[in-house]
Ligand binder design. Structure first.
Ligand SMILES: [Zn+2]
Length: 380
């Protein structure tokens, strides 16, 4: 049995149309998109925009219990410091917050999530199968001499996820350019092969300050940690142009934040990692540092953009539509249809799931959502 849905506007993952009808099977499989004139009778009219379900390319579901705990505009290094010191303060709040945060994503039309995991805290909820997850098990390790030890500890978490998920849905991935020691990068490079990696990239000005000059907030952090040796060398090149050299296996990169990324950085990445996707998390950037990436420049450079919410520790909610609204406030010239393509087909390509998600194409099951007066409703 099929339904015929006729919205005011239909976004198919690529473009916005008027006078189109979505033909949808009862189990949510896309039958077709046809002209309204050819759709026959029994059309179900729907107000607003009809779109495939949203892809949230960057979340930390396991930090959901930290909503509102850290104040706004602290800057990244203070923010991370507070996450580390406060995340286990009330462990009993962790599971219910994870459950509630997932329900919020479902209500907001999200169908698939690229989720960062330092722990197995979210496994109990993910095992219920409500959403599609790509689990990025995130490796952090500052001390070069302890690289193997750090690698083995996170590899154990990775193995736990692999027991519940297909191996294609699990990646062992570096946290950030400044928090992974060079020998640990090398272990990750050898282990990951050409797999999908997610990296927090150029989120703070301190990152490039370290890589260019060896000074600033990261220098102070490394001193505080009492390291025998700096994790990564300050070699006079931008962060991404330094760690890019450690990734030798044509990995597909999902670069998160990119607040301080320059034209030269983008050109470097496009030369070396042509499949890279650039994830924007504008509400989290606003929350942590009150600054957004140079999105007009990224569009000019034809960067493949996707969207993420980051965690509830640095956001007001988990809604991709609210991320689009934040971008709209700063850059009103960007067409909504273009941002919707970041939220749907680009996200699906970035998570390597465009065979099922991201667009209204025959045989796919991407979820169907309605956007009307800034509210998102799930139709399927
Ligand atoms: Zn993050």
């Amino acid at each position: 049995m099929y339904k015929k849905i006729k919205p005011e506007q239909l976004f198919d993952g690529y473009r916005m149309f008027e006078e189109k009808v979505l033909i949808l099977a009862d189990d949510g499989t896309i039958g077709d998109v046809v002209d309204a004139a050819d759709a026959g009778e029994d059309l179900r009219p729907v107000s607003g925009i009809l779109s495939p379900g949203f892809i949230n390319c960057h979340c930390h579901l396991e930090l959901s219990h930290m909503k509102g705990i850290i104040g706004e505009h602290t800057g990244l290094l203070k923010f991370v410091n507070q996450i580390v010191s406060k995340r286990y303060a009330n462990p009993e709040t962790i599971p219910p917050a994870i459950k509630q945060a997932e329900a919020e994503m479902i209500k907001n039309g999200i169908v698939a999530v690229g989720d960062i995991c330092n722990t197995t805290d979210t496994l109990f909820q993910k095992n219920k199968g409500h959403l599609y997850y790509h689990n990025f098990v995130e490796v952090i390790g500052f001390e070069p001499a302890l690289a193997q030890q750090h690698f083995d500890a996170y590899k154990a978490v990775y193995d736990d996820y692999c027991r519940s998920f297909d191996a294609r849905q699990v990646s062992l991935t570096p946290h950030a350019p400044y928090s992974v020691a060079t020998p640990l990068w090398q272990l990750l490079d050898a282990f990951t092969g050409s797999r999908l990696l997610s990296i927090h990239n150029q989120e703070t000005p301190e990152e490039d300050e370290w890589f260019f000059n060896g000074t600033g907030g990261l220098k102070a952090l490394y001193e505080r940690l009492g390291l025998n040796e700096a994790p990564v060398p300050a070699g006079g090149k931008a962060s991404i142009q330094t760690y890019g050299a450690y990734l030798t296996q044509q990995q597909q990169l999902l670069l998160i934040h990119n607040v301080f990324t320059t034209t030269e950085d983008i050109r470097y990445v496009h030369g070396r990692f042509p499949d890279a996707f650039w994830c924007l998390c504008p509400n989290a950037n606003h929350y942590i540092s009150n600054r957004l990436p140079n999105i007009p420049m990224m569009r000019e450079e034809q960067a493949q953009l996707v969207l993420g919410t980051d965690s509830l520790a640095s956001n007001y909610g988990l809604s991709i539509w609210e991320e689009i609204r934040r971008i709209q406030k700063h850059y009103p010239e960007i067409p909504v249809a273009e941002m919707l393509s970041w939220a749907t087909i680009n996200g699906a390509k970035a998570l390597q799931i465009s065979d099922r998600y991201g667009s209204f194409e025959k045989g796919k099951k991407p979820g169907v959502i309605q956007i009307v007066r800034n509210t998102v409703n799930r139709l399927y």
